[in-house]
Write a protein that binds this ligand. Structure first.
Ligand code: NAI
Ligand code: MG
Length: 367
């Protein structure tokens, strides 16, 4: 019996459509190899949608996403739309509302530097002899970014401003289940990052992490304070497998990890919502960690790997096609091992095959 999945395809702006085209060719290839099909609903988002009908997130786009098992997203934004009022700009007006609309509370950002690309990492190469491969699981819809009260007022003749870091037990539990599940599928080591020596919300976080750990006896759980975690990522990057943390800490640590990984053009991401009824799969949105790269858009030189690996994450977490996902990841690693390099990861060494967007995808397809 053939398996059919529905996906929404939102290519967006800048390099988005260029890398999306290549990632869909890779999806075609794994579909025929692994015997499933996807029904793809392409919809406008971001600047492209503003140009078409005046709004960065049209109702038709939301409907296409609602009817899907997962969303494949390119990137949005660019200089053309920069001066619009904030809430109607491509990123603020499309990306954030999409996350909110679908309750995408778990942000998965793999920080991966393949062994042959460690030259791109600013970390001393002897610290990452086997490359770097850590998954950051960041809580995305709670914490200090959304807590109330939040505001600014005059008190005793002086301006004060305040935010509230707040977490419900249920919010911590669900993100920890995502992280433990991810750890089960990898090296079975999880580091939970908090600031339990100072913050009440972190004390609860640590308690809940310790409780949830009982459901996953095979996973080794370690707790680190966030300041120490930031140091250890630089000092012993090799020792991490999966890291889970709240919204603000995750925002900062995932950028640190992206930097250690070297190139933005290599890094996918997933934003997951609830598990689907009676299933281990999540509804989610998958996109490169970088943006629309207007500086290189339209030249056919963008690295398509972040988008292609986003397809792999979609297959793994939303469509239940783990073998196809693994095949894509292996094919990408082999293309890199074989020396194929887009501009962002090239060093100019004679052994490298300098390629553009399409040729990189061709190399991956051939694998
Ligand atoms: P950016 O990630 O687009 O670009 C930063 C640098 O990384 C640029 O030099 C770019 O050429 C390079 N880069 C990024 N992806 C690449 C790839 N696949 N291959 C080769 N090089 C790559 O970030 P920037 O410049 O801050 O923002 C540009 C636009 O993208 C802005 O309008 C911003 O609002 C938007 N943006 C959208 C995001 C999204 O859709 N999720 C996320 C971040 C920014
Ligand atoms: Mg970003």
């Amino acid at each position: 019996m053939s398996r059919t999945h529905r996906i929404a395809v939102l290519a967006g702006d800048g390099i988005g459509p260029e890398v999306m085209t290549e990632s869909l060719r890779v999806l075609d290839a794994v579909e025929s190899k692994f015997g499933f099909t996807t029904e793809r609903s392409e919809a406008l988002v971001g600047g492209a949608a503003i140009d078409d009908g005046g709004h960065p997130l049209p109702d038709a786009t939301i409907s296409a996403c609602e009817a899907s098992d997962g969303i494949l997203f390119g990137s949005v934004g660019g200089p053309k739309w920069e001066n619009l009022p904030p809430d109607t700009q491509p990123e603020r007006g499309a990306l954030l509302p999409l996350r909110k609309h679908f309750g995408l509370f778990a942000n998965l950002r793999p920080g991966v530097c393949l062994p042959s690309l460690t030259h791109a990492s600013p970390v001393k190469n002897e610290l990452i002899p086997n490359g770097f491969d850590v998954l950051c699981v960041r809580e995305l819809t709670g914490g200090v970014y959304f807590g109330s009260p939040k505001g600014r007022e005059e008190r005793d003749g002086e301006t004060v401003a305040f935010d509230t870091m707040i977490y419900k037990r249920s919010e911590i539990e669900r993100i920890l289940h995502v992280a433990f599940t991810a750890a089960m599928g990898r090296g079975k080591r999880l580091v939970s990052v908090d600031k339990a020596n100072v913050l009440a919300s972190s004390v609860l976080w640590r308690e809940v992490a310790t409780e949830v750990a009982k459901d996953y006896p095979e996973v080794e759980l370690e707790h680190l304070y966030v300041d120490n975690a930031a140091m250890q990522l630089c000092r012993r990057p090799d020792s991490f497998d999966v890291l889970v943390t709240e919204n603000l800490f995750g925002d900062i640590l995932s950028d640190e990890m992206a930097m250690i990984s070297g190139s933005l053009g290599m890094l996918p991401s997933a934003s997951l919502g609830s598990k689907k009824e009676g299933s281990d799969l999540y509804f989610g949105m998958y996109e490169p960690s970088g943006g629309s790269a207007p500086d290189i858009a339209g030249q056919g030189i963008a690295n398509p790997i972040a988008q292609i690996l986003s397809v792999a994450m979609l297959l793994r977490f939303s469509l239940g096609e783990a073998d196809a996902a693994q095949a894509i990841e292996d094919a990408v690693a082999k293309a890199i091992d074989d020396g194929y390099r887009t501009g962002d990861i090239a060093t100019g060494a004679a052994s490298e095959k300098k390629v553009g967007t399409k040729e990189m995808a061709d190399a991956i397809l051939a694998n």
